[in-house]
Design a protein around this ligand. Structure first.
Ligand code: BJ8
Length: 419
């Protein structure tokens, strides 16, 4: 990474603490990623993005701001990126996946809380994430209790707008979400001084749909046996999709997919077990589960998570000639995301069964971040459905620390032998 000290100081970063984070990441990335054999050439771009994670992209955000633009941070795939784009702002996903931020998070939050919430809060209050520091506005949402209460703490540090996400999927809930999107449009117009137009919104819908499409192309390629790309690399690409410049991301991922298509033509079976991950999100740089599974005789071929299928499945229709019609289209697409914060959430089990068939799955690993109650409780339903369909499943509850890595490896090893 280049020398960005001046930029970080300008952003109010705690330089000393941040240096410790920057020192640890290359080693973790090297051990997890660069040791993989026969990686596609197209991964070089994504390696570069990680190497420059707190540098080049932040420089772009800062340039955008110097030119009068705004930067908006989000935490959940329910927040419609189309609205952010349509006001000329840049959106960045902030769901944090590093153990590094937990200590600072625990200074203001209870210890027995989901690590994702502790990490994003710690990143802000400890002043160690330049993405947070670049943001003019954070957009939260009323999904789980931990997140919605943590936003109250973030409000002491930076402006926050919270979207009220309904927790059921009745007709009136779709209408409620339309209203919330309209309020968000108003908030974004005030922040940026730019009016959302039908044309602008259609353009944003198109861009976001193209990003979804290229991710779908990547995931469809993973349906091949063997998958032409590791689960680790696919996970990294999806994690990067949340904060990279969208057009560049699409171009680079298309090129990678072209290369993977060629690989598929010459590939031979490798006998590895094909695993689906389902559950809670794996935010950058959370590579723990993939690293354990793919260190054994298995490949992860699909993630039914928000850093996976829930992020890109279903497009927003650009049909319509008014803002209201386009808002309705957005509400319809986003309300179809099957997150465990909804009740009931049978759509998720249907998705899991469909993926099990489409990706020719040998077994499912249910990945649950510690203290995430909605997903932990929903395991009951998912386990039942999988058992009824003779699909083996292993539940793993964990956080970001390395303490339980050995124990999880032993359990996964036994699971792979059994299936
Ligand atoms: S749509 S999964 S991104 S809320 S923070 S619920 S892990 S206890 S992140 Fe999520 Fe939106 Fe749903 Fe997806 Fe559990 Fe942790 Fe809460 Fe979490």
């Amino acid at each position: 990474m280049g020398d960005y000290k001046k930029m970080w100081e300008g952003l109010g970063i705690d330089i000393e603490k941040h240096d410790a984070l920057c020192d640890a990441l290359p080693e973790l990335f090297g051990d997890t990623y660069l040791t993989q054999e026969n990686r596609p050439e197209g991964m070089n771009y994504f390696n570069y993005v990680v190497a420059e994670v707190h540098g080049a992209r932040i420089e772009e955000l800062e340039k955008h701001k110097e030119n009068g633009g705004k930067v908006v941070g989000t935490f959940c795939v329910f927040v419609p990126d189309e609205v952010i784009l349509a006001t000329g702002a840049i959106g960045v996903g902030l769901c944090s996946g590093s153990q590094f931020w937990i200590e600072d998070g625990e200074k203001v939050l209870p210890r027995n809380l989901c690590p994702l919430i502790k990490a994003f809060t710690g990143a802000k209050v400890g002043l160690t994430c330049p993405y947070f520091q670049s943001c003019d506005l954070l957009v939260g949402e009323t999904t789980c209790d931990g997140k919605k209460k943590a936003y109250e703490i973030l409000e002491d540090y930076t402006p926050v707008h919270v979207m009220e996400l309904p927790q059921m999927k009745r007709e009136k809930n779709y209408e409620q979400w339309e209203d919330e999107i309209k309020l968000f449009i108003k908030e974004m117009e005030e922040l940026t001084g730019n009016k959302v137009t039908v044309e602008g919104l259609k353009k944003a819908i198109d861009l976001n749909n193209r990003k979804r499409r290229v991710l779908k192309r990547l995931y469809d390629l993973r349906k091949n046996t063997p998958s032409p790309i590791s689960g680790l690399d696919s996970l990294l690409i999806t994690q990067i999709a949340f904060y990279d410049e969208p057009e560049r991301f699409i171009k680079q991922t298309e090129e990678l997919c072209d290369e993977l298509e060629e690989r598929v033509k010459n590939s031979k079976p490798n006998g590895k077990k094909r695993i689906m991950i389902t559950g809670t999100p794996m935010a950058l740089p959370n590579w723990k589960m993939h690293s354990i599974v793919e260190g054994l005789d298995a490949e992860i071929v699909v993630e039914e998570t928000c850093i996976g299928t829930r992020y890109y499945e279903n497009e927003v229709s650009a049909e319509g000639e008014t803002i209201d019609e386009l808002v309705k289209n957005m509400a319809n697409r986003y309300m179809n995301i099957n997150c465990a914060c909804f009740t009931p959430n049978y759509g998720r089990t249907e998705d899991i069964l469909r993926y099990a068939e489409e990706y020719d799955i040998d077994g499912v690993i249910y990945y649950n971040l510690s203290f995430c109650h909605t997903y932990a409780i929903e395991y009951n339903q998912v386990e039942k459905v999988l058992k009824d369909n003779d699909i083996p499943v292993l539940m793993v509850e964990t956080d970001y620390s390395e303490e339980d890595t050995g124990q999880i490896r032993t359990r996964v090893e036994a699971f792979l032998e059994m299936i």
